[in-house]
Design a protein. Structure first.
Length: 247
């Protein structure tokens, strides 16, 4: 995943989520302060959030499992002139040179963990790489979102240089959705076809909270994403804020 698609990821409209998330994170950090200014952006993708925090004076690590996405992130950081420590690692087994004060994992990246064992493994690795008092912020698509917004849906976008079709299929029994992404990227007078499949798994909010507590975290809040309101039955995306004890 995110091999050929990485080159067109931002242009396909995905950049908008990160741009919306940056000011929201600042609001959350006012409510839930981090104990310092070192940060891990896990599953950092093309690096928009990581670069933004680096611009604000944070010391940032960007970890992603896709070398191609990291190529885009490095290019972005170089163009802006900021330093981020990028590394290609599996989010279930990553290590950092030193603990950080804040860890984020955004844009339903955690939904790519298809088993409870995988999800729990990520939480444990984040806990191990956070300083005492460190903050862990993550969001996930809910089963409601996958069943109502994604179920058997087809989305199409078109621009002079890129056309994209996203077709999804929801497995109600497993609460799992598979999306086929087909892009046609203009290259001079020709078009290059890109096809990738992405699968996301939904988890009951209570199960996510349990895994956080089992990993050692203290849960400070869960919100309907982009707000400070508690999740509802029809919430499409939940954001959790958890802390490693030890202030």
């Amino acid at each position: 995943m995110y091999s050929e698609y990485a080159e067109v990821y931002d242009a396909s409209g995905q950049l908008a989520f990160s741009l919306k998330m940056i000011p929201y994170l600042q609001r959350l950090l006012e409510r839930h302060p981090a104990p310092g200014k070192t940060m891990l952006d896990l599953a950092c993708g093309t690096g928009t959030v990581a670069v933004s925090f680096a611009q604000e004076g944070w010391s940032v690590y960007g970890v992603d499992g896709s070398p191609r996405m990291l190529d885009q992130a490095r290019r972005k950081a170089a163009e802006i002139g900021v330093s981020v420590a990028w590394s290609c690692q599996d989010m279930r087994r990553f290590v950092l040179p030193k603990p950080v004060h804040l860890a984020t994992c955004l844009y339903d990246s955690m939904n790519y963990m298809l088993t409870g064992e995988d999800l729990s493994a990520v939480f444990q690795r984040v806990y191990a790489n956070l300083a005492p008092g460190g903050l862990w912020i993550l969001d996930m698509n809910t089963a409601y979102a996958l069943a109502t917004v994604w179920d058997d849906a087809t989305y199409f976008s078109d621009s002079p240089d890129l056309s994209m079709v996203m077709k999804s299929r929801y497995d109600e029994r497993r609460q799992r959705c598979t999306v086929t992404v087909t892009c046609f990227q203009r290259v001079n007078d020709l078009y290059r076809k890109i096809v990738e499949k992405h699968t996301e798994q939904a988890y009951p909010p209570e199960q996510v909270s349990m895994y956080l507590v089992d990993a050692g975290f203290v849960l400070e809040g869960s919100y309907e994403c982009f707000s400070t309101e508690p999740p509802r039955a029809t919430t499409q995306r939940i954001l959790w804020v958890a802390r490693r004890p030890g202030f």
